[in-house]
Ligand binder design. Structure first.
Ligand SMILES: [Zn+2]
Length: 65
């Protein structure tokens, strides 16, 4: 199942940590912010935490105790 960009529906690599293509990501957040997001997502993933892009949206309280 290929993932698709939530903005332009372009296919994105399944291993991508984000739900959108880099073009849209940069368009939305700007290149610098986009790169920061990717970095954070990849760090989180490498820790074994599956983080969804929801975290980028409106702040949500994450209770995980
Ligand atoms: Zn896109």
């Amino acid at each position: 199942m290929a993932k698709k960009c939530i903005y332009c529906k372009a296919e994105i690599p399944d291993e991508s940590v984000i739900d959108f293509c880099s073009r849209c990501g940069k368009g939305v957040w700007g290149e610098k912010m986009f790169n920061t997001i990717i970095k954070n997502m990849e760090e989180a993933r490498s820790k074994g935490d599956l983080v969804s892009t929801n975290l980028i949206g409106p702040p949500k309280e994450i209770s995980r105790v």
